[in-house]
Design a protein around this ligand. Structure first.
Ligand SMILES: *Cc1c(COP(=O)(O)O)cnc(C)c1O
Length: 389
């Protein structure tokens, strides 16, 4: 026991089953614990630290903005928020941005926008239903939990807000049926299900969802909370296809380590939210927005090409192993299914100085996008050794 673990045991709500390590410092893709031990980060604090730790431009942007102006609320204009909104809209093909502080808040905004879009268009015959996919994850607030198609998260928290329906992923007939039977305003999905086990949806399915939602005047909401910010090798994961969503949400890596989420509203819904209809005290905070601008300026085509190369390297190395059943995912968002218990594997890797995650029964790898090749090779070699044991 250290003072930190004692205080945690006594005073922190018991919502986390933590690994037994206290991190105190980071440098690039390396982390250091309270005993000075070095680790290679293959988790990015759950897809957040896209630029790793101590990135010079990010640090400068955050410190300068904290010095100049940390917060004034959304009663006033602030420069970084508007600059960031312009950049995100121009890079995503969306029209307007609503800033919150997390993925769940970004998705709450998307759900509210979809309901209001329907209310504006259909009046008394409002279509309240949001369809999401089985095995999805959209957040921990009551509405985003309702949208999450995994019962394990639901126990003991009901009743939930009404108006959610679930269909199996990659089953277009199931979606067709629910669109015919229920008053649907939107379909919400992740193009690669993250918490659900790094399961990419099929290209044809996504295209069919786009076509069917458009035909039924329903919105297509793409949750890029985990897949966004360059994680899959494109800025947003839908940018590998030739269609646009109506609403895009992202968070996690958006500000590279500070809390920020955004709901990007496309052409159909750009004027749906009106003054007073939604808001956030902290949303678009100048320090977080400055951090996000520093992240965006480093998510260049070169970096994205590197993300793809690094992802291909990891997948090629690990899929050679006899006891690896599959390597799923894209870019630097990978899931490794093996004959090992994923949780035990992650514990063993942590003891070897490699920080990894799990998603369902898989080992989940989400390293900083800027991880150096030598650190990546070292981590992959250790992961191979542990997998082969
Ligand atoms: C993590 C995640 C969320 C929730 O984000 P929070 O910032 O924890 O609220 C929502 N959707 C997806 C796809 C996620 O991976």
């Amino acid at each position: 026991m250290t003072r930190t673990t004692e205080l945690d045991a006594q005073y922190i709500a018991h919502t986390y089953a933590r690994f037994d390590v206290t991190f105190v410092r980071g440098e690039g893709a390396l982390l250091f614990d309270d005993a000075g031990r070095r680790y290679i980060d293959m988790g990015s604090g759950i897809a957040v630290s896209v630029l790793g730790y101590g990135n010079a431009a990010w640090e400068k942007a955050v410190c300068e903005q904290a010095h100049a102006l940390s917060h004034v609320s959304n009663l006033y204009y602030t420069r970084p928020q508007t600059e960031l909104a312009e950049l995100l809209c121009s890079r995503s093909g969306m029209k307007r941005a609503f800033f919150g502080n997390s993925g769940a808040e970004a998705n709450e905004c998307a759900i509210k926008a979809a309901r209001k879009y329907s209310a504006d268009r259909h009046g008394e015959n409002v279509r309240p239903v949001i369809v999401s996919l089985e095995n999805s994850f959209h957040g921990r607030t009551l509405a985003t939990l309702a949208a999450t198609g995994q019962d394990t998260f639901h126990h003991d928290f009901g009743p939930f807000p009404e108006g959610f329906a679930y269909v199996p992923a990659n089953d277009i007939e199931a979606l067709r049926a629910v669109l015919a039977a229920r008053p649907v305003c939107a379909v919400m999905l992740e193009t690669v299900q993250g918490e659900g086990g790094i399961e990419p949806l099929k290209r044809e399915y996504l295209q069919a969802v786009r076509d069917l939602t458009a035909q039924n005047d329903a919105l297509m909401i793409v949750d890029e909370v985990q897949t966004g910010n360059g994680r899959t090798g494109t800025l947003f994961s839908y940018q590998r296809y030739d269609w646009l969503p109506d609403i895009v949400t992202t968070a996690k890596g958006l500000a590279g380590g500070l809390p920020m989420g955004v709901c990007l509203l496309g052409e159909k819904v750009e004027n749906t939210l009106t003054p007073g209809s939604h808001g956030s005290t902290f949303g678009g905070n100048p320090v977080c927005a400055a951090a996000a601008l520093a992240v965006q300026s480093q998510l260049t085509d070169e970096l994205l090409a590197d993300v793809k190369r690094k992802g291909k390297y990891i997948a090629a190395e690990l899929s050679e192993l006899a006891n690896v059943k599959s390597v799923s995912g894209r870019g630097l968002m990978l899931g490794v299914e093996s004959d090992k218990d994923a949780k035990e594997l992650v514990k063993a890797l942590l003891r070897r100085g490699v920080v990894c995650l799990t998603a369902k029964n898989k080992l989940r790898l989400l390293p900083p996008l800027t991880i150096q090749w030598d650190a990546l090779e070292e981590a992959v070699d250790i992961i191979k050794e542990e997998l082969a044991k």
